[in-house]
Ligand binder design. Structure first.
Ligand code: ADP
Length: 253
């Protein structure tokens, strides 16, 4: 409660002012809620890998462990550390994009070795979840893009494909040429996205169903970053998805 001494305003003007202040207060409250929700989801996202790191590093130290088991736990530790690193990268990029201090630099490179590197990087996490990852790409396909940024785009899409797929399913990373552009698609046979939510998934902080995100983790920033990065390339991204059947994310650059 506070008092303000206003100049002599007519009752209409006072009414307008009061409405504006009311609206401002409401906006501030909404922003505060959004910020809290954002912080909570980031904390949750960081907490999950940390829990693995702490737990598995304790187990990996045990003397009675076989070399094979120790290797398995160390692989998980490596994987979860990478996940945290990717999340931090996304967060930093989002901040940079908001400040408009974000640049990309394109170069020509061969698609196959580039995608094979990404494949090797993510393979252990797919193996752990018993999901078969297929790579389809012709040897002579070229890409004109910012390689590091494109890698980040694909890693985000693969991370989602992995997160929202069931054990013993398949994911396909496919690249091909169409009308002079390069198309890269990530196809999963996972839980799918409700058709009425597809238009929102690229919004910052948007997560399909709160209960779903609680079960699968997720901060709702991966696809926002993907969209910004694809836009920065002057490319497009399309989604096709059916609940219970899977999703296909297709980037054209
Ligand atoms: P999150 O960190 O929550 O995964 P994203 O921005 O990457 O955030 O994705 C936004 C939402 O879109 C997710 O919460 C998820 O529900 C849905 N989603 C994204 N990719 C997939 C996919 N491959 N299969 C099913 N749902 C997906």
């Amino acid at each position: 409660d506070f008092e303000v001494n206003l100049p002599n305003l007519g009752s209409d003007e006072l009414g307008d002012l009061s409405n504006s202040i009311h609206k401002l207060a409401k906006d501030l409250k909404r922003l505060k809620n959004e910020r809290n929700e954002f912080l909570a989801s980031i904390a949750h996202e960081l907490n999950t890998p940390l829990t693995y790191l702490i737990g598995y590093s304790k187990v990996a130290k045990r003397e009675d462990l076989s070399d094979k088991d120790r290797k398995y736990y160390l692989e998980i530790i490596g994987e979860e550390s990478n996940r945290m690193k990717e999340l931090m990268k996304n967060l930093l990029d989002l901040a940079r994009m908001d400040e408009n201090t974000f640049t990309i630099s394109k170069e020509h490179f061969l698609a196959k070795p580039f995608l094979e590197n990404i494949y090797k990087f993510v393979a252990p996490s797919f193996e752990i979840k018993k999901i078969k990852l297929n790579l389809v790409c012709k040897s002579n396909l070229h890409i004109y893009a910012d390689a590091l940024r494109l890698e980040q785009i694909i890693l985000n899409l693969l991370d989602n494909a992995l997160k929202y797929s069931n054990e013993n399913s398949e994911v396909c990373l496919k690249a091909y040429e169409k009308d002079g552009s390069t198309v890269i698609s990530v196809i999963d046979t996972g839980i799918g996205i409700p058709s009425n939510e597809i238009e929102f998934i690229f919004e910052k902080l948007y997560r399909v169903e709160k209960s779903r995100s609680r079960a699968y983790g997720g901060s709702g920033i991966g696809l926002a970053v993907v969209k910004e990065l694809v836009d920065a390339h002057g490319g497009t991204i399309e989604v096709e998805s059916k609940i219970g059947q899977g999703s296909t994310f297709k980037i054209t650059i």
